[in-house]
Every structure is written in structure tokens, then in C-alpha cells.
Design a protein around this ligand. Structure first.
Ligand code: ATR
Length: 295
């Protein structure tokens, strides 16, 4: 599908803000649902450097923008440019959706809903159990929030390349969720030990995302467990190397497509106040992700 250009003046503009996001499927998903509902809107790509964010944000106030999604690596930094942050996004500490209310930009977090939808079938397995989360970025914050709030695990362990950011996440969430114990895992042996008792392992980093499809968020020496739940929020490719590794030991895998749909549906409803046509969105994502060219 051709992604419409953002120059269609008579239309309300939507789009995704990020860096190196040519593989994002949000444009094709949202433009499909816009066409399905016959709305006068268009969703484009705003692939910008961090220096460009202030002018992009101010142009969003004055142009025909209805709103935007925000993705890697700006889910946290974007917050300081907005006029208001929803209560939930404030608690999370990250924004993935902006709504323009007559020139006032309001930050929301709909990733939470995507995580909830993805994990909801496994509620009983997660409750009172151990969860390991790889990453410490904006998507991680929404994931930690959703897991702690809706699934009440006994332990959440964070693993991240930059230890400092893992500590920040723990300091941010442990006062909010006192029934869950938070810890940071650093050594390979600590990670392995925790994997052996974890009900659920989640990748919230961008590692393994197209085009770096052979990369994995864990060391190849780590052994995942048979029947363990392994969730990767990366949706392109649909089966990441991490999920392939999980399948090779007969772990149960959860891909990132439900998360994409869930967060997209909530964002769309905030922008348009219309119900998101889930089946049209799912169909186009299936088609795009099974395309042998992979684009
Ligand atoms: P966002 O806030 O939009 O989620 P982000 O803050 O850039 O984006 O977070 C991306 C996450 O992926 C971080 O946990 C990042 O690790 P660092 O905190 O060490 O930067 C992780 N990540 C990205 N590329 C990585 C890589 N090549 N190896 C390991 N972790 C990586």
C-alpha cells in the first residue's frame, strides 16, 4: 500500500514520530482503517532527529494535526514538549499517543492496553509468579505498569544493557506496586537462575526488529524453559529470533501483533471517537507481515 503524503491540506493529519521507523506498520494499519471508515484523515511518517522534535511539536499545534503516535526512541523525551499528560501516562512515565485538542497537545499511553490484550489469556499463570522483562525504555515502562497493575506477579526482574536505566525503572515503580518485588539482574548466571523459575519472559527492547532480524535480547547461552510464556513486543518480523529460540525449547510464544493492534485501537479511538475496525486492521497486518518481500 502507498502511504499518503502529509500534504493533503483538507485532511486531518495523523502520523508516527520516531527515528529509523521505515519498518513501522502503523501507517498501513491506520490508513487502512481510515479508508474502511471513509474518514477525511491521513496518517504519515515523521522520521525525525531529536533536535527536530521542538519544531515538529509546535507545528502540530498549528497545522491540521489531530494527533500522533510516538515510538522509539522518543516515548519519554516527548513528554516535556506536551501541554498535558494523562494521569495514566504520568504514572507510567512515557507517552505513545498525542491528541491535539484545539492546539493543546495531550499525551496518553495506549501501549498499556496493547500489553493487557496480549497477556490477558494468561492471567492466572502470571499472578503471584515471576516475570523477567528485558529493556528499560518507554515501552518497558508501559509493560511494567500493565504487568504489575493487571496481573499482580510476585516478582518483576529487569535486565537492560544500561544498568542505570534499569534502576530508574525499579525506583519509579516499586513505590506504586508494593506487593510486587522488583530487582535488577546483571550476570548471566543470575538471569539463567531467574529464567528457570519465571512464568513469563518479555522482550521490550527493539533488539531483533527489522532489519536486524538475527539479533536477540538475551545471550545465546541462556536457556529458556519448556512451556514458559515468552512475549516479544517486536512485531516485524512476526517471529523474531528470540521467539524462534523460545519455540526451539517448546516454550509458548506471544508475538507483538496483538500489542500493535491494541495500542493502535485505543489511539485511534482517542483521535476519532470511533470504534476501531479490528478485523480490517488485523487483515492488513497479516497480509503485510506474510509478504515474502517482508515490506
Ligand atoms: P523508547 O523509550 O521509545 O521505548 P528507548 O528508550 O530507546 O525507546 O528504549 C529502547 C530499549 O531497547 C532500551 O532498553 C535499550 O537499552 P539501553 O537502555 O541500554 O539503551 C534497548 N536497546 C536498544 N538497542 C539495543 C541493543 N542493540 N542492545 C541491547 N539493548 C538495546
Amino acid at each position: 500500500m502507498n502511504i499518503p503524503k502529509l500534504a493533503a491540506e483538507q485532511k486531518k493529519h495523523l502520523g508516527i514520530i520516531g527515528c529509523q521507523i521505515s519498518h513501522s506498520l502503523s501507517p498501513v494499519m491506520h490508513n487502512t482503517v481510515i479508508q474502511t471508515l471513509n474518514l477525511p484523515m491521513v496518517y504519515g511518517v515523521m522520521d525525525v532527529t531529536e533536535e527536530m522534535l521542538p519544531s515538529l511539536i509546535s507545528s502540530m499545534r498549528s497545522l491540521h494535526f489531530r494527533g500522533a503516535n510516538v515510538t522509539i526512541p522518543y516515548k519519554q523525551i516527548i513528554m516535556k514538549y506536551l501541554d498535558e499528560i494523562s494521569e495514566e501516562a504520568e504514572k507510567i512515565g512515557a507517552v505513545n499517543t498525542i491528541v491535539n485538542n484545539n492546539g493543546r497537545l495531550i499525551g496518553h499511553n495506549t501501549d498499556v492496553w496493547g500489553v493487557y490484550l496480549s497477556l490477558q489469556p494468561y492471567t492466572n499463570e502470571i499472578k503471584n509468579n515471576h516475570v523477567i522483562i528485558f529493556g528499560a525504555g518507554g515501552a518497558t515502562k508501559a509493560t511494567v505498569f500493565a504487568v504489575a497493575k493487571f496481573f499482580s506477579p510476585r516478582y518483576i526482574s529487569i535486565v537492560n544493557r544500561t544498568a542505570e536505566k534499569a534502576h530508574q525503572i525499579i525506583n519509579h515503580f516499586s513505590p506504586q506496586y508494593r506487593l510486587t518485588k522488583f530487582s535488577h539482574l546483571e550476570t548471566e548466571s543470575d538471569i539463567q537462575r531467574e529464567i528457570e523459575v519465571a512464568a513469563l519472559v518479555i522482550n521490550t527492547t527493539s533488539v531483533g526488529m527489522k532489519p536486524n532480524i538475527h539479533a536477540m535480547p538475551i545471550s545465546p547461552n541462556i536457556v529458556l524453559q519448556k512451556n514458559q510464556l515468552v512475549f516479544d513486543i517486536v512485531y516485524n518480523p512476526v517471529e523474531t529470533s528470540f521467539l524462534k529460540l523460545a519455540k526451539s525449547v517448546e516454550a509458548r510464544t506471544i508475538g507483538g501483533v496483538e500489542m500493535l493492534l491494541g495500542q493502535g485501537a485505543r489511539a485511534f479511538e482517542l483521535w476519532t471517537h470511533q470504534e476501531f475496525p479490528m478485523s480490517a486492521a488485523r487483515a492488513v497486518l497479516t497480509q503485510e507481515l506474510t509478504n515474502p518481500n517482508g515490506e
